[in-house]
Design a binder for this molecule. Structure first.
Ligand code: NI
Length: 394
């Protein structure tokens, strides 16, 4: 590195802000808001960005907030995204800053993601050591599933109104050491689809099965045959999940019902495998039902796509992370079967989604005892500040 490397943000540049960042994070933690209801969180963010001199646009795709800061005449622009929403979980941490909203909890660390980006926002506005445009995207409704915040912001013209050359985001990662980064180019997190299969037979008395078409037997055979999709249809070097999470049919032991229903969660890491799974699941459901003289209705709902990190932006982000925490705290991230709506941004722009260790002892995400690790606040803020300064180098 040249002597000028000192001009870029380091973690220690945020040491004097650590207490302030922790207080902000704990404030957000105590005041969680569910997807599509992040009114106060959005207000809190917008007010701070305005204080620091950002051009703030509210209500982008619902309650989304975009803070824009331009410096110099550089034509490059970067986008960094943090998510804002909480979950319908009753907190069981017993922490002094425990949720004040009954039944609602920041159990995925979005309070921390938001605070880290605010930390970088303040630093960048104060130091202005970059040449170009920064777009800070505070996204609502990441947990919403269908019609999530990322989809809504894109539909509201996010990338036309706030053009950027690349987009970055991160999620905390329970199980990995605090302040360590897990990086992966290419597919990182799974596409998540939900399939509802409604089987219709012909009901009747349990003692006279020959006069009925039993949808329970058809459903049971569909469930078993679905177990061959991964083992027989997916390339063994690739991976996917087909889980039947719900099966329902019938009301009494002496009645053969008219209908049965099974609901599947389907995860995949490439567009090709995703298409194969849909084709096979549809085919098996229809043909097995037909073998039992039953019929099926299939509602195949595609959820979040695969999170695919672009090569160049991932190696750039890895370099920045290593400059901050050292190579020994960077590791290759395993494929994650969970999903994330940042995937939609990456369908439009090159970019990278990073994972930041939340501690080896941290409870899992979406657990009632989970808490974001405040030891990461200065690390995350420094990451976003330095990544911006290097991306928009003077
Ligand atoms: Ni999350």
């Amino acid at each position: 590195m040249s002597d000028t490397s000192n001009q870029f943000a380091t973690i220690s540049d945020f040491d004097d802000k650590a207490a302030e960042l922790a207080a902000a994070r704990q404030h957000l933690h105590a005041h969680p808001e569910l997807s599509f209801q992040e009114h106060e969180t959005a207000k809190y963010i917008a007010a701070r960005l305005e204080d620091w001199g950002y051009e703030v646009t509210r209500n982008v795709g619902g309650l989304g907030v975009v803070g824009r800061l331009q410096q110099g005449s550089g034509g490059r622009s970067i986008a960094i995204r943090a998510d804002m929403d909480a979950l319908p979980i009753t907190e069981a941490t017993g922490l002094p800053y425990t949720s004040l909203a009954s039944g609602t909890m920041h159990a995925c660390g979005h309070d921390g993601h938001t605070t880290m980006l605010l930390g970088a926002a303040e630093y960048l506005a104060r130091t202005r050591h970059f040449n170009g445009t920064v777009n800070l995207i505070f996204q609502p409704a990441e947990e919403a599933g269908k019609g999530s915040g990322a989809q809504a912001m894109i539909a509201d013209g996010l990338f036309e109104r706030f053009p950027c050359d690349a987009i970055f985001g991160l999620h905390n990662h329970p199980g990995a050491p605090v302040g360590s980064f897990l990086m992966r180019a290419g597919p990182l997190m799974a596409a998540s689809d939900t399939v509802t299969i409604k089987i219709t037979g012909h009901g009747g008395h349990a003692s006279r099965p020959h006069l009925t078409v039993d949808p329970i037997v058809a459903a049971a055979n569909i469930v078993m045959t679905l177990q061959t999709v991964i083992s027989r249809n997916v390339n063994p070097t690739e991976t996917a999940v087909v889980t039947v999470g719900l099966i329902h049919g019938g009301t009494a032991s002496n009645v053969i019902p008219e209908n049965a229903e099974i609901v599947l969660s389907v995860r995949s890491f490439s567009a090709g495998v995703r298409d194969t799974l849909e084709q096979r699941i549809r085919g098996i459901a229809a043909s097995v039902a037909q073998a039992h003289s039953a019929t099926v209705e299939i509602d195949y709902e595609r959820g979040y796509p695969v999170v695919v990190n672009s090569e160049a932006e991932t190696s750039f982000a890895t370099e920045i992370a290593a400059e901050l925490v050292g190579h020994e705290k960077i590791s290759v991230c395993p494929l994650i079967p969970g999903s994330e709506d940042f995937a939609y941004f990456l369908e439009h722009k090159p970019g990278c989604f990073l994972r930041l260790g939340n501690g080896e002892e941290s409870p899992f995400l979406h657990n009632s005892k989970y808490d974001f690790n405040d030891g990461n606040l200065t690390v995350g803020a420094a990451l976003w500040a330095r990544l911006t300064e290097r991306f928009l180098a003077v």
